[in-house]
Design a protein around this ligand. Sequence first.
Ligand code: HEC
Length: 121
Amino acid sequence: MKPELLLLPFGLAIAGCADKSVDIPNAEIEAVQLVFDSAEQTPAVMEKWSRSCVLCHVNGEGGAPKMGDVAAWGPRMAQGNAWLMSHTLEGFNRMPPLGYCMDCEEEDYAAMIKMMAGADE
Ligand code: HEC
């Protein structure tokens, strides 16, 4: 067994209940970044968005960061796109897994997140 595998449980214990208690492998961080870089806001994406994310991210339902609220999205963006994606796919507190969009692909989520966070140029 590799020594770093033995150290892993201690690292997790120190990280405690912090958001980043589980590491995302670098390869996945890079892969998600590529998806974010190429994701575009298209009519198809908007259609999916308007029947899912809208339900909570327009009014701030359950504490959801609101559409275009740069102050609310800033600290979330700072944790990195891979984290935003994993919280979207797996859910996060009152954020439901997949955000109620059952036919969304990762590219769709990336485009929606960029748009809601005001990160679309
Ligand atoms: C049922 C309500 C609801 C729906 C529908 C919903 N969200 Fe959320 N979302 C939330 C809430 C509440 C939070 C805040 C969770 C927290 O920080 O505790 C959140 C947070 C997020 C975050 C930030 C996660 C983080 O790491 O800070 C992202 C990204 C996100 N939502 C994306 C989406 C996308 C994309 C959709 C549509 C596909 C969507 N959400 C649909 C309620 C919702």
